[in-house]
Design a protein around this ligand. Structure first.
Ligand code: UGA
Length: 436
């Protein structure tokens, strides 16, 4: 099928490349000429495993191209809207400027029978609001939320857990659902659940999924606070809870909490929309989820301060990690960098290292010290803080090797990802988050 993908960020670039890889003829469109030039060259403008290969393959086959011209969308049967919906400046709601602009710019290039499929994360009611303008061209607007995780984006796009599609009622909606089923044929044939809903439900599924994930993480981090006060161990608690198949162990990873370009802003936008709908009370707990999350960053900083005898001024601290999670170079609302910035604010001599996100971190926070190599960050450190659980720190760094480099064997495990016994046995003072 011929498709256009409007917006070539984390979501759109991966979607365009993935759709081309399953045989579609795809044009990716973005207003950022630099991004388009990189993509057209087969270079992923951000770190995402497998994306580079997929781009190369698509460009070579001729099934994938990129452009800054919206007119290139003309002739496509499906137009995916994949632009960002950041948090609005000075508020909690989602900023829909880019979605509105993308749809408005697309309108003159739509033909009767086209399908416009929104993928961006939007507050419930957005699709309904945009529908009339799209219908005026003879095209149909549907909403097809995306659940991909950064770092696993290619896998999640090609083999999703489920496909969700919100359509308007009537025959236009049915035809659009058929078109999307065809677009995702390999996944549908492989038995991926394909849920067709109304527009509002599809929009809500996305917000609710991220709200649930954030709540699960904050739940275990709240338990970490209780564990700290009672002498229990939250990592063992999470294992024990996780064996209950009704609960499950995934997203019960305790530590400095969630960040990134999605969960934090999505739970705020979800709550803001609920307020607008007069149902703020129903999701009042999301404010608590947010607070618990931010408190864990404070706690990590406090652990470092306490471990160094109450004062970090002038002390050298190796901060291992800057990305909001491993397999990403994304530093948007990164708890890892937040901890580093706070320690620097207390006068510590902070040296941050990260295998992928260093360039982004240095551009955003030039006041921090940086080391490209992990061992250079560790050298002469008075304390080590793990804030992003890359394998380079979690698996490939032994307590003995790290111990031979540092000035003081003090480690704060902000992701509860190390074997505390092994580190203690090697003479380290180990502090986890909510761990004995
Ligand atoms: C999240 C959702 O998982 C995706 O399903 C969704 O499509 C995406 O947002 C989006 O809305 O676009 P992502 O932001 O890539 O994906 O990252 P996650 O893997 O969910 O991690 C989010 C944060 O939670 C990270 O900072 C991670 O370190 C933290 N986390 C995750 C924990 O602290 N504990 C856990 O157990 C899991």
């Amino acid at each position: 099928m011929r498709m256009s993908v409007i917006g070539c960020g984390y979501l759109g670039a991966v979607h365009a490349a993935a759709m081309a890889s399953i045989g579609h003829d795809v044009v990716g469109i973005d207003v950022d000429a630099q991004k388009v030039a990189a993509l057209a060259n087969g270079t992923a403008p951000f770190f995402e495993p497998q994306l580079g290969e997929l781009l190369q393959e698509g460009l070579t086959s001729g099934r994938l191209r990129f452009s800054t011209e919206m007119s290139e969308a003309s002739g496509a049967a499906i137009h995916f809207i994949a632009v960002g919906t950041p948090q609005i400046a000075g508020g909690h709601a989602a900023d829909l400027r880019f979605v509105d602009a993308a749809v408005a710019a697309l309108l003159p290039h739509l033909h009767p029978g086209d399908v416009v499929a929104g993928k961006s994360t939007v507050p419930v009611g957005t699709a309904e609001r945009l529908s009339a303008a799209v219908a005026g061209t003879g095209a149909t607007l549907v909403w097809n939320p995306e659940f991909l995780r950064e770092g696993w984006a290619v896998h999640d796009t090609i083999s999703p857990d489920r496909l969700v599609l919100g359509v308007p009622s009537g025959s236009d909606g049915e035809r659009a659902a058929e078109a999307l089923r065809e677009a995702y044929r390999p996944a549908v044939d492989a038995g991926t659940p394909f849920l067709v809903t109304d527009l509002a439900t599809a929009e809500l599924v996305k917000g609710a999924a991220n709200a649930f994930l954030a709540t699960k993480i904050s739940f275990i981090n709240a338990m970490a606070e209780i564990a700290e006060a009672s002498g229990a161990d939250v990592a063992l608690l999470a294992d024990a809870l996780g064996h209950d198949t009704r609960i499950g162990r995934r997203y019960l990873g305790s530590g400095i909490g969630f960040g990134g370009g999605c969960l934090p802003k999505d739970i705020r936008a979800f709550a803001a929309r609920a307020e607008e709908l007069g149902r703020g009370e129903a999701v009042g707990f999301l404010r608590e989820v947010d607070s618990i999350n931010i408190r864990r960053r404070d706690r990590a900083v406090q652990l470092v301060v306490d471990a160094l005898g109450g004062l970090v001024f002038g002390r050298r601290i190796a901060v291992l990690g800057a990305a909001f999670k491993p397999f990403s170079d994304d530093i948007r609302d990164s708890p890892a960098l937040d901890v580093a910035v706070r320690l620097r604010g207390l006068g510590a001599d902070v040296v941050v290292t990260d295998p992928a996100a260093l360039e982004n971190a240095a551009a955003a926070h030039p006041q921090l010290g940086y080391a490209t190599e992990r061992d250079d960050a560790l050298r002469d450190a008075d304390a080590v803080v793990i804030v992003t659980e890359w394998d380079l720190y979690r698996r490939e760094m032994t307590p003995e090797h790290a111990g031979s480099l540092v000035a003081g064997r003090v480690i704060i495990d902000g992701r509860n990802c190390l074997d505390s016994a092994a580190w203690r046995a090697a003479g380290w003072t180990y502090h986890g988050m909510g761990r004995r």
